[in-house]
Design a protein around this ligand. Structure first.
Ligand code: ADP
Ligand code: ADP
Length: 236
C-alpha cells in the first residue's frame, strides 16, 4: 500500500530576493509503501534537510506535490496541516528535543495531552512503549538525569505515542555513541516490524543506514542512485 509519494519536488531558495537563487531540489520523485524503512543519504548541502522539511509539511515546495496516505500535504492549509502532522506523523530529531522541565513519562505523553486523551489511555500507552524500548526504570527521571541513548528512546516513544503511520527522523544517531546508535536503530526496526509503521530517516551515518531496507542517495538536489536490500540483514 502506498504511504508517501513525492512527485517532482522542486525547491528554489532566494527566488523572490532575486539575487543568487539556489536550487536546493531540482525535481525529486519517489514512493514509499506502508512498512518501508528507508534512509536518505547524501553529502552536506545536497538537499536532505530541505527534502525532509517538504515531505513533513514544514516547508512548501516551489513546485511538485507530496501525497501522504492519500492527503496532498503540499495543499493543506495551516490548521489542516497541524492536525495532520499531530495525528499521522511522528518526528525524531538529532538533539532529541525533550522538554527539560518534564519527566520522561510527561515528555512521552505531550502529544496525547494535545489530543485530549484520557489519563487511563495515556498510562497504558506509556507502559506499552516503555516496555518495548526498555525505559520503564527511568519514567520518573528528568532528561538531564539519563543518557543520550535513553533520551533518544524517550523521544522515539513520544514520536509513536499517537500511533502515527509515518515516522520522520533527522540524523537520529547524530549525537549518539556507537552502542546507543545500535539500540536506537533496533528501536526503529521494532517500529517497522512490530508496529507496522513506516520510517524515513535522513542520515550521514552509514551504520544507521545499514539497518534500512532501502537507501536513496541525493546529490546536488537530485536523486543520484538508490539501493534496495532484498532479504534480511546479516549480523556478524
Ligand atoms: P543538506 O541537508 O543535505 O545539508 P540542505 O537541504 O540544508 O542540504 O541545503 C541544500 C541547499 O540549499 C544548500 O545549498 C543550502 O545552502 C541551501 N539552503 C538550505 N536552506 C536554505 C534557506 N533557508 N535559504 C537559502 N538557501 C538554503
Ligand atoms: P544540516 O546540518 O541538516 O545540513 P544546515 O546546517 O545546512 O543543516 O542548515 C541549518 C538550517 O539553516 C536549516 O534550517 C537550513 O534550512 C538553513 N540554511 C542552510 N543553508 C542556508 C542558506 N544558505 N541560507 C539560509 N538558510 C540556510
Amino acid at each position: 500500500m502506498l504511504m508517501l509519494e513525492a512527485k517532482n519536488i522542486v525547491k528554489v531558495y532566494g527566488e523572490l530576493a532575486g539575487e543568487g537563487a539556489t536550487t536546493a531540489l531540482g525535481g525529486v520523485s519517489f514512493q514509499l509503501n506502508k512498512g518501508d524503512f528507508i534512509a536518505i543519504m547524501g553529502p552536506s548541502g545536497s538537499g536532505k534537510t530541505t527534502l525532509l522539511n517538504i515531505l513533513s509539511g514544514l516547508d512548501k515546495p516551489t513546485s511538485g506535490e507530496v501525497v501522504i496516505d492519500r492527503n496532498i500535504i503540499s495543499s493543506l492549509n495551516g490548521e489542516q496541516l497541524a492536525l495532520f502532522r499531530r495525528k499521522q506523523l511522528g518526528f525524531v530529531f538529532q538533539d532529541f528535543n525533550l522538554l527539560d522541565s518534564l519527566t520522561v513519562k510527561e515528555n512521552i505523553v505531550v502529544p496525547m495531552v494535545l489530543e485530549k486523551k484520557s489519563a487511563t489511555e495515556m498510562e497504558e500507552r506509556v507502559h506499552e512503549l516503555a516496555s518495548l524500548f526498555d525505559i520503564e526504570e527511568i519514567l520518573n527521571k528528568y532528561p538531564y538525569q539519563i543518557s543520550g541513548g535513553q533520551q533518544q528512546r524517550t523521544a522515539v516513544s513520544r514520536a509513536l505515542v499517537n500511533h502515527p503511520s509515518l515516522i520522520f527522523a533527522d540524523e537520529p544517531t547524530g549525537n549518539l555513541d556507537s552502542k546507543s546508535s545500535t539500540v536506537i536503530m533496533e528501536c526503529f526496526e521494532k517500529i517497522v516490524q512490530e508496529l507496522s509503521a513506516t520510517v524515513l530517516l535522513v542520515t550521514h551515518d552509514v551504520f544507521a543506514a545499514s539497518y534500512c531496507r532501502k537507501v536513496i542517495f541525493i546529490k546536488d538536489g537530485l536523486i543520484h542512485s538508490s539501493i534496495d536490500r532484498k532479504g534480511s540483514r546479516k549480523d556478524f
